[in-house]
Design a protein around this ligand. Structure first.
Ligand code: NI
Length: 157
């Protein structure tokens, strides 16, 4: 089911801290599925649960290398810095540059409750940082260096 994406300014759910997932149950699996459908329907590369009004530490990402579902994700190491443009499905029609780590290692649970770890770089690393920020009530515009709003690229998360 495609869910409604909360837009910045509409609801303060985007400004709250999400709670860790305590139990991976049928409801959480349904949420993951709906979040992936919503992300693909909106042509995004990532979506965090608060963007669909759910304050849980759950993220989906697909930067063109397949769907990645992260439950209770944590960045355990990071390396380098890179400034690049990004957008957000909760801030439609805008893009801006943000400084992010070049590489990150993220640990999380998958939907079976298994510990997973990803070593990410490039757009995948950027998407992880962007989506994890959402879990702490941070929207990329808070960190934006420069507005580069022009409809030239289509990478939104
Ligand atoms: Ni976003």
């Amino acid at each position: 089911m495609v869910l409604n994406i909360v837009k910045l300014g509409e609801d303060d759910v985007l400004r709250k801290k999400s709670h860790p997932v305590a139990k991976i149950d049928r409801r959480l699996k349904a949420l993951l599925k709906d979040m992936a459908e919503t992300m693909y329907a909106a042509d995004g590369v990532g979506l965090a649960a608060p963007q669909v009004g759910i304050l849980r530490r759950v993220v989906v990402i697909d930067v063109g290398e397949g769907l990645v579902e992260l439950i209770n994700p944590e960045i355990v190491s990071q390396e380098g810095e890179v400034v690049a443009a990004e957008g957000c499905l909760s801030v439609p029609g805008r893009r801006g540059t943000v400084k992010r780590p070049e590489k990150v290692t993220v640990r999380a649970l998958d939907k079976k409750g298994n510990a997973v770890e990803y070593q990410a770089e490039g757009l995948f690393a950027r998407a992880i940082c962007h989506e994890l920020d959402h879990l702490d009530g941070i929207v990329y515009v808070d960190k934006m260096i420069e507005d580069v709003t022009e409809q030239t690229e289509q990478e939104e998360g």
